[in-house]
Design a protein around this ligand. Structure first.
Ligand code: SF4
Length: 342
């Protein structure tokens, strides 16, 4: 693997290596939840990443303690970033996980720098910081504590129910700074969930997270992503999803249609050919122009979701959005890590 000459963000750190070869410790754990997964523990040299092209994003800085994601969503467009490590965008992305074990201490140090101006920091914008690995490595408590102690505003986007482990810390942070949490739930269809997001907690459990956070005074929005064409976009499916989101107490719902960038596209289309071969041609036509579904389709979904949100009493632009809930962004070739996820 290409561990050297990897800048976390070449735009801000030059060609400084992110990991030294000596610093990599590879581990496997023989427990059911980690079987087949290899962890590569590294000591990162920087943890605050400046977002290239931040003008298009609602945030400028990110923190990403992991690379790769055991949630293994077939459509994940962070997949592309694994190629910067000479790992593949398919099974390697799901099972070869890079862990920046010094992330909390590194962040605490960088936040204390006189050059740091206290800008908003988004997490979960590359890969999920509450994926299963976090249950073992417990990096997020130290990260949240560092942000709390500096009263530094931040946001987290996740599919991981593990975030509730850190509820007390989140509540403490919200008492001193702006904390925005968003949970990603694109659909509630069980069959679709099991096949396209095989490593994630169920949509119901994710919505339980929304409910619990809200009950504890932390407003939580839902990024309704991805809306999957022809598989999760029927009027009944959209209705069921928005209703469930509303019942959870979410402060907002923001729909986002599936996009298929290189790295994710090949993996998703192979999955589609296996599970829904009759849809392959329709997808090729819908995504004929590139990574995004046509504007007319995106507008239709957005309008339907907004109408349903109004009907069920939640807004598309509620407090969660105003609090800079992180949104997915494009990978930044040739850099290795920047913004990717849902
Ligand atoms: S979409 Fe998010 S949760 Fe799913 S694999 Fe990618 S980073 Fe992980």
């Amino acid at each position: 693997m290409r561990w050297n000459n990897l800048a976390e963000n070449p735009a801000t750190t030059g060609e400084a290596a992110l990991f030294g070869t000596d610093a990599v410790t590879t581990r496997t754990f023989d427990t059911p939840e980690f079987r087949g997964i290899t962890f590569h523990e590294v000591r990162a040299r920087s943890i605050l990443n400046r977002v290239p092209g931040a003008s298009r994003m609602p945030f400028e800085w990110t923190v990403n303690p992991y690379r790769g994601c055991t949630h293994a969503c077939v459509y994940c467009f962070a997949r592309k970033t694994h190629t910067y490590l000479d790992l593949d965008t398919g099974l390697d992305f799901d099972s070869q996980i890079i862990v920046k074990i010094n992330a909390p201490e590194l962040l605490r140090g960088q936040l204390a720098s006189s050059r740091w101006q206290g800008a908003h920091i988004a997490m979960g914008t590359n890969v999920d910081c509450y994926q299963r690995a976090e249950g073992r490595y417990r990096l997020m408590p130290g990260i949240i504590a560092a942000l709390r102690d500096r009263a530094n505003p931040f946001s987290i986007l996740t599919k991981g129910t593990l975030i509730l482990r850190d509820l007390d810390l989140l509540v403490q942070a919200a008492e001193v700074t702006d904390v925005g949490i968003s949970v990603s739930v694109g659909f509630t269809d069980q069959e679709l969930w099991r096949t396209v997001e095989p490593g994630t907690p169920s949509p119901e459990r994710r919505l339980d997270v929304v409910r619990t956070l809200t009950d504890h005074g932390i407003g939580c929005g839902v990024l309704m992503a991805p809306v999957v064409p022809f598989l999760g976009d029927s009027p009944d499916q959209l209705r069921a999803t928005v209703r469930a989101i509303a019942v959870s107490g979410a402060t907002s719902v923001t729909p986002l249609v599936l996009h298929l960038r290189p790295g994710a596209r090949e993996w998703f289309m192979a999955w589609l050919a296996e599970h829904h071969p009759h849809l392959v041609r329709r997808y090729e036509r819908l995504y004929a122009e590139g990574a995004y579904a046509p504007k007319w389709y995106q507008r239709r979904i957005t309008r339907q979701v907004h109408e349903l949100a109004t009907e069920f009493g939640i807004g598309p632009s509620g407090p969660g959005v105003r609090r800079r809930v992180p949104m997915p962004a494009e990978p930044e070739p040739p850099g290795p890590t920047q913004l990717t996820l849902l």
